[in-house]
Design a protein around this ligand. Sequence first.
Ligand code: FAD
Length: 427
Amino acid sequence: MSDTVRLSRRGLLAGLAGTAALSHLTPRAIAQTKAKLVVVGGGFGGATAAKFLKHFLPNASVTLIEPNERYVACPFSNLVIGGLRTMREQTFTYDALKAAGIDVIHQTARNIDAETRTVTLAEGGGEVGYDKLILSPGVDIRWQALEGYEEPAAEIMPHAWKAGAQTRLLRRQLEAMEDGGLVIMSVPTAPFRCPPGPYERASLIAHYLKTEKPNSKLLILDAKDTFSKQRLFVAEWAARYPDHLEWRGASDFGRVVSVDPSTMTVSTDFEDFTPSVANIIPPQRAGEIAGRAGVTDQTGWCPIDPLDFSSTLQPDIHVIGDATIAAPMPKSAFSANLQAKFAAMQIARALSGLDVEPTVLANTCYSYVAPDAAISITGVYSNAEGKLTSIEGAGGLSPDGGGDRVRAAEAAQAEAWFRTVTEEAFG
Ligand code: FAD
C-alpha cells in the first residue's frame, strides 16, 4: 500500500467521518472480523472500496470482480482528446490490489442473487458467495434513447464517455479533420456521469482548434439551459475562444432530437447539421448488472440509504459511484472515491456490531479550460435524516476573473487530486 493510504486504521476512520461516529470502532474490533466481502466493478468506486475493505478488515476475504485487466480513467481523458496527454497516463493495472491480498477475478458478473447472496460469473466462471457486496458498475449508455444513436453509431459519432477506444477514436477524428471543419458536441439532460465533463472537453477541443485548426469551430448543442460552473465556463470561453466555440441551450433549439450516422446528420427541432466530427454524449443509466441485481428503480439508477450507501431495494448490497441516486452529490470519481471509503468503513462498523451514524461528505470537480488553467466547484453534503443535502455556504466556485495565477494553481491542484485518487484506487 502506498504512502497515501499507509495510515493507521484509526486515523483513516477518524479522518473519514469525524470522531463522533467512530469513537467505538477500535482497530482491534474490526481487525478480527472475518467475512466474505465481494466488490463488483473495479473502477474508481470499486477498486478503492476493495482496497479499503482489505485495509479495515485484514482478516476478511475481499474479492474484486472486474472484466478488464487494465482500467482506463475518464478524468483527464479530455486532455487526451485535446492532444495534451497520452492514453498511457490514463491506464492502470490491478497489480497493487492483488499484492494487497485482494482476490481479483477478471470476469464479468452476469447476475447477483440477493436472496442467496451469490454472484454468478459470465462464461461458465462459476459463482462467488458473499456476506456483504459493494456494487460499483458505473454507467451504461441508453442506446436509442436519442433517435438513431444505436451501438454501431458510436463508431462513427463517438461518445467517448467511457474512456479507452472511444477516446482514441474521437482524438483521431479531430486530428484527421481538415481545417475549416465543424465539430458538434451533443449534451444530454441530467443526470449523467460528470456534469462539468462536456464543458471541460469543449474547452480543450476549442483550444486544439484555435492552435492547430484556426478556421474550424465547435458548436455545443445542449439539452439544458443551465450547466455546472456555467458562469465561469462562459467567461473563460469568451476570453479564450470567442471564434472557436459556441454554446446553444435548450431554449435556443440546442436539444439534439436525432442523429443519422449514415449521412453524418445531427438534428435539432429547428435545424439539421452535417459536421465533420460529431461527439454525441448520450443519455445514461446505471451499469446493466445493477438492474439484474434488482437494485435499480424506474429511473434506471440505484436508490441508496445515504447513511451507509446500502441499497434500499436489496439487503447486504451497497451501491456506490455513478450508479447511485446520490444527488446533490454529482456522479464523479471524487464522489465514487469518497463513497467507497465511506461504505467500506460502514461495513466494517456493521460487521463489528456498531450502528451507522450521520456524517459529512464532500466533492470537488476540477475542469481544465486550457492546458495550464482550471476551475473548480466544491460541494459539502450532510447525510442525516435519510437524504443527502447540500450544506449551504460550505462549498463554492473558483473566483470570477481569477486571473492566470489562480487558474494555474487550480490546474496544479487538479493534477495532485488525480495522482491521489488513482493511487488510492490502483496504487
Ligand atoms: P467506473 O469508474 O466506470 O467503474 C465501473 C467499473 O465496473 C468498470 O471498470 C467496469 O468494467 C466494471 N463493470 C461494469 N459492469 C460490470 C459487471 N457486470 N461485472 C464486473 N465489472 C463490471 N470525475 C471526477 O471526479 N473528476 C474529473 O475530472 C472527471 N472527469 C471526467 C471526464 C470525462 C470525459 C468523463 C466521461 C468522466 C469524468 N469523471 C470525472 C467522472 C468519473 O469518471 C466517474 O464518475 C467515475 O469513473 C465513477 O466511478 P465508478 O466506480 O462509479 O464507475
